[in-house]
Ligand binder design. Structure first.
Ligand SMILES: NC(=O)c1ccc[n+]([C@@H]2O[C@H](COP(=O)([O-])OP(=O)(O)OC[C@H]3O[C@@H](n4cnc5c(N)ncnc54)[C@H](O)[C@@H]3O)[C@@H](O)[C@H]2O)c1
Length: 315
């Protein structure tokens, strides 16, 4: 079962699981996605799609749960912050309850946001983070932190087979053009010949992992033995500044766009870079797709779709 399977990462994961011969049940309420991401799979004999909000209990028979349901971009998760916290907290309680009843393995797609605006670089899993509990990003950051707490308490109390992945910025085809994340913003703006919006001076860095590499990591983590719980950082450790990313997108799209600076939003972290040594040791995993190659594939996907307007802020 993949909760949030109609979303960006979830739809790629679902596709891969079907390719591997699994039967896949996608559970999604389409809060930040549409059925479009799955249209090509609807007739697949091993595929089933269920509209359901994970904040309500679910009774199905499953043996592995990839729990991805949660809006991930600031525009979507800040639109209804109470629902975001509910999705992380009540959603995790419900899915953990389901895992307990069915004795299923369960994987949480946590996030690098649980490190907040980090004071150590790169971030290792042992770092506890620097998170504002009452800011506009808190519904997402604290929601995921509480979800991690619940996963580990279900492990300690009920010996559940849990896996916690801390996902760093991921990009690729099927990101939503209006989701406000920096890669999609830049591509949409460059393709439209509009200025690329940079918040602050553009010196803040992010690291970007191509979605195919992320799917490899999640499936490898699900395949680990009971004693491996995580949390495990998964992402690409190569850092780029926002200015470097903007230049690369302009080059690859052949756009005449320039960059435009705006003021930095609240709690926007200055740097974020994963230490992925644990993923290397435990999963034998590291990202393989260079940013240039991944961007080319993402730009090709965006260019093939009718797109209107531009995104609003970097994620
Ligand atoms: N994309 C990234 O860079 C990134 C980084 C860190 C963590 N993550 C995590 O990975 C997961 C997937 O992210 P994504 O980028 O694919 O985002 P996405 O918004 O494309 O996908 C999330 C999916 O969850 C669904 N959903 C939201 N609330 C729900 C609810 N209450 N019940 C059922 N379904 C619900 C949405 O409709 C959507 O299909 C999320 O948990 C996110 O926190 C993503």
């Amino acid at each position: 079962m993949v909760t949030g399977g109609a979303g960006f990462i979830g739809s790629h994961l679902t596709e891969r699981l079907l390719d591997h011969g699994h039967e896949v049940l996608v559970v999604d309420n389409f809060y930040s996605s549409t059925r479009r991401n799955l249209t090509h799979l609807l007739d697949h004999p091993n595929f089933e799609l269920m509209r359901h909000d994970v904040t309500f209990p679910l009774y199905v028979e499953v043996d592995e749960i990839y729990h991805l349901a949660c809006p991930a971009s600031p525009i979507f998760y800040q639109r209804d912050p109470v629902q975001t916290t509910k999705t992380s907290v009540h959603g995790s309680i419900n899915m953990l309850g389901l895992a307990k009843r069915t004795k299923a393995k369960i994987l949480l797609s946590s996030t690098s946001e649980i490190y907040g605006d980090p004071e150590v670089h790169p971030q290792t899993e042992d770092y506890w983070g620097n998170v504002n509990p009452i800011g506009i990003r808190s519904c997402y950051d604290e929601g995921k932190r509480c979800a991690e707490t619940l996963f580990f308490d279900y492990r300690r109390q009920h010996d559940l087979d849990i896996k916690v992945a801390r996902i760093f910025n991921t990009y690729g085809p099927r990101m939503q053009p209006d989701d406000g994340r920096v890669v999609s913003n830049f591509i949409v703006q460059a393709l439209a010949g509009e200025p690329l919006t940079i918040y602050g001076d553009g010196g803040q860095t992010r690291s970007f992992c191509f979605v195919d590499d992320m799917v490899d990591a999640l499936i490898a983590l699900m395949g680990t033995p009971h004693e491996v719980t995580g949390p495990i950082n998964v992402g690409n450790p190569v850092e780029f500044t926002m200015l470097e990313l903007a230049d690369l997108v302009i080059e690859l799209t052949g756009s005449r766009s320039r960059v435009e600076h705006r003021s930095l939003p609240q709690d926007d972290p200055a740097r974020r870079r994963p230490d992925i040594s644990r993923a290397g040791e435990l999963l034998g995993w590291e990202p393989r797709t260079a940013l240039r190659e991944g961007l080319e594939r993402t730009i090709a996907d965006f260019a093939s779709q009718p797109v209107s307007g531009s995104g609003r802020r970097s994620g």
